[in-house]
Design a binder for this molecule. Structure first.
Ligand SMILES: [Zn+2]
Length: 355
């Protein structure tokens, strides 16, 4: 079966929950089906930028060149000042920020943030190497960086089928396949690095998007990822939602024992945050939510799947304290150098309805 055609219909109270026809965000709400109209030109962003005031924190903190820069020095307002260092590069941050807009149904030519999306995608394309790599980071860090940027490009293509993105997205997927290790999973930098669960999750989302968008075909990628999970039982212990996601993306249906087991384990690790303390792991919360949504029965919203209520209850604990509207950090999430990526991830989690 295809995991991209989950049998969930639009549910009452669920904003525009049209079932998407494409991968990642096939599992996520708020995404509309692919626009049948293809275009060959970027929108003209000039008019929109004059008429539409910046709305959210991510929009206000997009760089003039269209990227999102995780370097605190790039934000004189001080929003990224604080302890720690950014754990992501510019391409990865830009990919993640773009995904949060694409996830809400914005495209490069429609939606409230069309010009934001258009400028971000254009910047990403300008950074892509001839080999298809988006990452500007050497060595370790390269794979996650590439996965996030390439996923944004693949999802931009999947959502619009615009020829503007096809070649860039296809090369991004093909480059990702070349970064796989001998076990069929992905490590931090390249094929020689030990496999990493989260990077493999982002990469598998990318490959799924590429296959569903007909950018690449006839892959053994999913079989190999599944073999890697099955051969590494200890993976379940740390981040079970990610393991469930991989089973789901690799084609395991609801009747598959691995899915039933994965859901059970994921429910024992529902995302929670007590605050203050260390910030929650929003990547796990987001990827786990995609997995739970994608493997739910019937209409998960607002009810219909008993597992959703405790999962939602957990997501609600991830709320960040409100920031006064006059503060530059208003509408953001997290603190310090992580504010950029955490805000993007929190926006994507919010789409699952925990507000
Ligand atoms: Zn700021």
């Amino acid at each position: 079966m295809s995991v991209t055609h989950v049998s969930v219909g639009p549910a009452a109270g669920w904003a525009a929950a049209a079932v998407a026809t494409v991968a990642l965000i096939a599992c996520a709400p708020g995404r509309t089906a692919a626009d049948p109209v293809s275009d060959t030109e970027w929108i003209s962003s000039a008019e929109e930028s004059v008429t539409a005031p910046p709305r959210g924190w991510l929009e206000r903190h997009q760089s003039a060149d269209g990227s999102w820069d995780p370097d605190p020095a790039a934000h004189p307002c001080g929003c990224l000042d604080g302890d720690g260092a950014a754990t992501i590069g510019r391409a990865g941050a830009t990919g993640l920020a773009l995904l949060s807009f694409l996830d809400q149904g914005d495209t490069h030519r429609s939606g409230r943030h069309a010009s934001v999306v258009a400028r971000g995608l254009r910047w990403l394309q300008s950074t892509q190497s001839a080999e298809g790599c988006f990452s500007g980071l050497p060595g370790s860090g390269r794979a996650r960086e590439h996965a996030l940027a390439a996923l944004a490009m693949a999802e931009a293509y999947a959502g619009t089928r615009s020829p503007l993105f096809r070649d860039s997205a296809r090369r991004g997927v093909e480059f990702a396949l070349g970064l796989r290790g001998s076990e069929g999973a992905w490590g931090a930098g390249g094929p020689a690095d030990p496999p990493d669960l989260e990077i493999t999750a982002w990469m598998t989302l990318l490959i799924r998007s590429g296959v569903d968008g007909e950018l690449v075909a006839g892959l053994d990628a999913f079989d190999r990822v599944r073999a890697w999970i099955d051969g590494n039982a200890s993976l379940d212990g740390s981040r079970p939602g990610l393991v469930l996601l991989l089973h789901h993306l690799c084609g395991a249906g609801r009747g598959d024992p691995a899915v039933a087991r994965g859901r059970s384990l994921a429910m024992q690790a529902v995302p929670r945050w007590g605050g203050p303390g260390p910030e929650p792991d929003l990547a796990s919360a987001y990827l786990g939510s995609v997995a739970m949504f994608g493997t739910s029965a019937g209409r998960p919203f607002p009810s219909g799947d008993p597992a959703w209520e405790p999962w939602y209850a957990g997501l609600k604990t991830l709320r960040w304290p409100a920031i006064p509207p006059e503060d530059c950090a208003a509408q953001s999430y997290g603190r310090g150098p992580r504010r950029l990526t955490d805000t993007a991830l929190a926006t994507m989690i919010e789409a699952f309805g925990y507000r």
